[in-house]
Design a protein around this ligand. Structure first.
Ligand code: AMP
Ligand code: ZN
Length: 116
């Protein structure tokens, strides 16, 4: 866990551009945005990904989505936004700390294409 990039961001050991924070959730700008608005929402507790959500820790997912709805309202994303979590190799997960991408600011397509 000490080597976790997002745990280091939460601890302030690695800088980030914060967009939201509460007791349980932290959100910040993705360093390599794929949409005009691209934020990452993460739990402050280390969970390695969506496959590790259990009855014991699932409450955090509701807290994250509550934070997403608040940011979407605050930033007037009424024309639409997308929330994505990549889990595991095939999905392209690169950071082993649960995170939800909030994408917005443009009309988006919907395809799944290997390697793209
Ligand atoms: P994923 O590929 O779904 O695991 O998403 C990881 C995301 O973390 C990618 O979109 C990266 O651009 C982003 N990322 C990696 N390092 C940083 C960082 N230091 N600050 C902000 N975002 C980062
Ligand atoms: Zn972590």
């Amino acid at each position: 866990m000490n080597d976790c990039l997002f745990c280091k961001i939460i601890a302030g050991e690695i800088p980030s551009r914060k967009v939201y924070e509460d007791e349980f959730v932290y959100a910040f700008c993705d360093i390599n945005p794929i949409a005009p608005i691209h934020y990452l929402f993460i739990p402050k507790q280390h969970i390695s990904g969506a496959s590790e959500i259990t009855p014991e820790n699932a409450e955090i997912v509701g807290k994250i989505f509550t934070a997403i709805a608040k940011v979407a309202a605050d930033e007037n994303l009424g024309s639409g936004f997308r929330v994505v979590t990549n889990c595991g190799e095939d999905a392209g997960q690169t950071v082993g700390h649960l995170h939800f991408h909030l994408l917005a600011g443009t009309a988006m397509g919907w395809t799944v294409q290997a390697g793209v």
